[in-house]
Structure formats: structure tokens, C-alpha cells
Design a protein around this ligand. Sequence first.
Ligand code: PNW
Length: 444
Amino acid sequence: MLPHRTDFPNGFLFGTATSAYQIEGHSKGGAGRTHWDDFAATPGNVAGAENGAVACGHLDRWAEDLDLVQDAGFDVYRFSTSWARVLPEGRGTPNAAGLDFYDRLVDGMLERGIKPAATLYHWELPSPLADLGGWRNRDIANWFADFTEVIMSRIGDRVWSAAPINEPWCVSWLSHFDGHHAPGLRDIRATARAMHHVLLAHGRAIEVMRGLGMSNLGAVCNMEYAAPVDDSPGAQKAARVQDAIYNRFFLSGITKGTYPDAVLEGIEPHLPDGWPHDFQTITAPIDWIGVNYYTRKIYGPAEDPSAPWPATREHDGPLPKTAMGWEVYPEGLTHFLNMVASEYTGDLPIYVTENGMAGLVERKGDATDDPDRTAYLAAHMGVVQDAITEGIPVKGYFTWSLLDNYEWALGYAPRFGLVHVDFETLERTPKASYHALRKALSRP
Ligand code: PNW
């Protein structure tokens, strides 16, 4: 059973989230090529070599999608703006149709009484910038600041909140060390630079938006609980290192202007010259922090004792798993809400900016009957309620995602939506979890 809106403090906000490349349909409307189009075109990177060319066709169906957000009773809609739709070459002349689209979308939210929560970058880097080194190139902070200026000069007067970059860990580590996301590198030097540049770009974008007179600016970090596989010192250390890389590096950079020693140990020789001087920009004050939370992972030491840093290995976990193979572990969210407030942000408002689970059911009849998803959301919403009772300043909760959509390297198979999408016809059908949330969010 989902808790009801009235079980939360007055003013607590409920939202749902999507991202541009995952839903819009990138082949339409004059958007430029992105590094995800390139990555998906290289065999072996993405299941079925699928890309976001069509996705959910949201570019044409945005009004219907906003109706779904409104009918469910959500207060806020978290969406992202595609850099390559706004600036097809990454720099230079804007695409008027792209700017018009986001302008209409924001007005569409306001007309429906929905607060627009914008994320500037949710991973579709314009290819011409990727060709110049992408996140490895320090100039990206300037390119990103310019993009921020262009898009926010258009919609910044009407968005309720804005965050520069979705999940710095995914943009850097997952994409440059694990090689699982575009540009698909496995290189510690590229990773270290990307980790730092993504924060520098974040800070520059915050400065630009302040300059435009915007407020309610935040940062969205993903957190994954790192558990040791056993009590051995080696396993404890492996979990600590992964926790530092994943959950502390970006948060610490933004809120404290320092990087954890456990990470510097591995990346310091690879950071760009003069990196500590960038903290003045990186720590540009923010108004809230967003936590994206899904799961935990289990770590032990690498089998080969001479393995290079971080020298850890992932183990299979015993808990029930979602279609992503991700363990369901709501206790991890309890841990992070505590950790973020007590060690990093103090009284700063915290939003759970993404939480949800994937199912794999292909047939529509079954695909809209999703009791596991409702149970998953109920458990995590319960954690949020408890955290509020403990005095942690959690101010809102967003489900990922409104729609089944392009799940990056896994293509269209994992379905995260509250609303089923038939990827042949693009027809939307609300699932049981959507109806359950609608009831939970109804106003008395
Ligand atoms: C988040 N991992 O991504 C993103 O913000 C969404 O775009 C995405 O659809 C959602 O979670 C579900 O995956 C992640 O491999 C993708 O650790 C991968 C990982 C973490 C977060």
C-alpha cells in the first residue's frame, strides 16, 4: 500500500521524471547528432544497437504526456533539455525549433499547474564536442556555460528549479572507466579528468543561472549503497573505496571543496594541473541536493592482488532483484538521506529526484499489471516518511519514470514506466502503479 499525500508534511512535493534523449525522439525537430547516436551505432555497445531516434515520440506527444503527469496528481515534473536539440553543433547557432519546443513544454506545465524542474544535461553530448574530447577537455566547462546561457535565457524565467548535470558519476565513471555508457572508454586518466570537469561545468552553470537571476538551483547525484561481501579487511576496504568514488566524491566536491582521500589515491596523478583552484567555482552555492537512488552493490577485493586501483570486484547479492538485476534495498535510501544531511548538506533541502524499478514484461496485458513496482515505490516512500520524522529535510520525491523509455545501453527492454509505451504504435497505457499513485496523490 502506498502512503497517502496527507501522510507527508504540508507542502511536500511529489513528482515524476524523464530525460530528453530517453523519450523525445532525437531524429525529429532539427536536433544534432550526439555521442549516444555514435555509441549505439558501434556494435556491441547497446542491446540491439537501439538508439533514441524515435524513443517515445514525446516531441509530438508532449501534451498527452503532460496530461498524464497532471492526471496522476504530480506537483512537479522533472525533465531535461537536450544540448544537441538546442545547439545542434554543441556551440554556435541555436536551433529555433528546439528552443520553441522547451518553451512550449514549460508553458504546458504551467498551464496544467505543474512545476517545471529542469535538468540541463542528461547525457546526450553533441558529437562535435565529443570529437573534441568531450568531458576530457577542460573547455567543456565553457561550452556548457554557453549552452546554459542559451537555454535558460529562454525558459529560466519560468522553471521552478534547475540542476546542471544529471548524475556526475554516470557521466564520468560509468562512461569513461566502466565503458558502459557513451563514449565507452575504459581509461583512468580520461575518468579522472571527466570527474573533475563535470563538476567544473556544474559550477559554471550555477554561476550563469545566478547571473540570469534564477533561484532554486541544485545538484543531482546518484547514490548506490556499497556493501562488503564479508567482514574481511579487504572487502571492507573495497566497499569503502567504491562508496568514496560513487557516493562521496561529487557531493564532497560541491559542498566542501575537497575530494575524498580514498579517491585521490587513485586519480590525483591524472587530474588536470591546478585542479584545487577550481573549487571556488565548483562550490558555487546551491539551494538543494537531489539524490537518485535505486539499489546496492556488493564488493570484495580484486582477485589479482596486483590489480590497479580501485582493485575491487563486484559480487552477486542475495536479495530479490528487478529486471535490471538490481537488488531491492530500501535501507540504502535510509542510509543516504542520513549521510547526505549529517555529513554534507546540513539543513539544505533534499529531494529524492529519482527512484523506481524496471520490469521486463513485453506483453501489454501483463505489462500494465505491475504490483512489484507499487510495492517498490511504497517501501521507498515509507523510508522518506521515516526520514522526515527523524528530522531530515526531505522535501520531495520523484518516481523514475513517467514512461517506459530508452534505457541506455540496455535499449528498450527494461521498462521503468508508470505508463506502458507500445514502441510500435507509441500508444501510452497507464499501469496499475500509475493508478495506485493517482489515488495516493489525490487531494482530500
Ligand atoms: C539513472 N548504473 O541512470 C538515470 O538518471 C536514468 O536516465 C536511467 O534511466 C535510470 O537511472 C535507470 O537506470 C543510471 O549502471 C544508469 O549504476 C545506470 C546506473 C546508475 C544510474
